[in-house]
Write a protein that binds this ligand. Structure first.
Ligand SMILES: [Zn+2]
Length: 333
């Protein structure tokens, strides 16, 4: 928890307390050869009405994941703050340098925002942003959703990600049902303490993540899941009146039991898939073939699933190295 007690160097251009709809930015100090007295202006928006809980909605933790960025930008502009029973804080591009560069990690400091918590007020920009979120923002929040997708290198079936084993498991399950993605992947709490989910766990804030699509682009299904989900979360939190059918929103719980469900590529080459997102496979089923990059006389090497289930994620680039995860399979939870 180093640094949590020290003051953030980040200032916020808008008040986060008080009714109304406001758009602003976090000023993250940044100085280099080209920007001597610059800031990184991380966008933030708040909508607040009557007294009620605070919901935090985050996207752009990874800069090349777009469904959540679109859904949050769209949602906050459509909100009528006077009708809200509570407060919504939106950070649609949390790692702005990564968003500006269309990259997973920040090009400034090479840091993955989801490995930067609890952050450091005297650290690099990614570490400073993480510190501000955990030390300044999360103590004021009652519910959080962090919207991800597969990024440039992979794609997912639209799903919620629920980290179990900490506090608030029941609230997280209810939040995943309300979010309403077709699947919810339950993962045991890991030793990973540097993620947004770990920060929320430390702050005792019920939180889910989502993995909505990927490929460095968006799909109709993933966009729809993001947009439907964020509005449903606001109703679930009581900020807005329920709609017909809200009580029946459910997600299908699945689990990735162990490392064998991440199918590792056995050799370098060109991977030709034989399985696709949403397929149900068994151990031993053909997943695809790795072709020699240059010599067509070499027979392609078949790759079989080591563990069965529903294919919930797949690697996208064809050029593949030994050690890459080709597919992720999940089993009913
Ligand atoms: Zn991500």
């Amino acid at each position: 928890m180093a640094g949590l007690g020290r003051m953030s160097r980040i200032s916020c251009s808008i008040p986060l307390e008080g009714p109304g709809l406001r758009f602003g930015h976090l000023s993250v100090p940044w100085s280099d050869d080209a920007h001597a007295y610059g800031v990184i202006p991380v966008p933030i928006a708040v909508a607040a009405g009557h007294p009620g809980p605070t919901v935090l909605l985050v996207a752009g933790v990874h800069g090349d994941e777009y469904e959540g960025q679109f859904a949050l930008r769209r949602m906050i502009r459509a909100l009528d703050p006077a009708s809200l029973s509570g407060r919504v804080i939106v950070l649609p591009a949390l790692n702005l340098p990564a968003v500006r560069a269309a990259r997973r990690v920040s090009p400034i400091d090479g840091m993955n925002m989801n490995r930067a918590f609890p952050g450091d007020p005297d650290g690099s920009p990614t570490a400073q942003i993480a510190h501000w979120v955990e030390a300044v923002l999360l103590p004021t929040v009652q519910l959080a959703v962090d919207l991800h997708s597969g990024g440039t290198a992979s794609e997912y079936l639209p799903c919620a990600y629920v980290y179990e084993g900490g506090v608030n498991d029941a609230q997280k399950r209810a939040l995943a049902d309300a979010f309403g993605a077709p699947l919810a992947v339950f993962v045991g709490s890991t030793a990973e303490t540097r993620s947004v989910s770990a920060a929320c766990e430390r702050a005792r804030v019920p939180m889910i993540a989502a993995e909505l699509g990927g490929g460095g682009t968006v799909s109709r299904a993933a966009l729809a899941a993001a947009e439907d989900g964020v509005w449903a979360v606001l109703r679930h939190a009581g900020l807005m009146p329920p709609q017909p059918g809200d009580a029946d929103r459910r997600t299908r719980p699945v689990r990735v039991p162990d490392r064998s469900h991440f199918l590792m590529c056995p050799t370098d080459g060109l991977f030709e898939p034989a399985a696709w997102l949403g397929d149900t496979v068994a151990a031993g089923f053909l997943a695809g073939w790795v072709h020699d990059t240059q010599d067509p006389s070499v027979p392609p090497e078949p790759v079989a699933f080591a563990a069965g289930g529903i294919v919930v994620a797949r690697r996208l680039p064809t050029l593949t190295r030994r050690g890459d995860t080709l597919f992720t399979t999940a089993v009913p939870a």
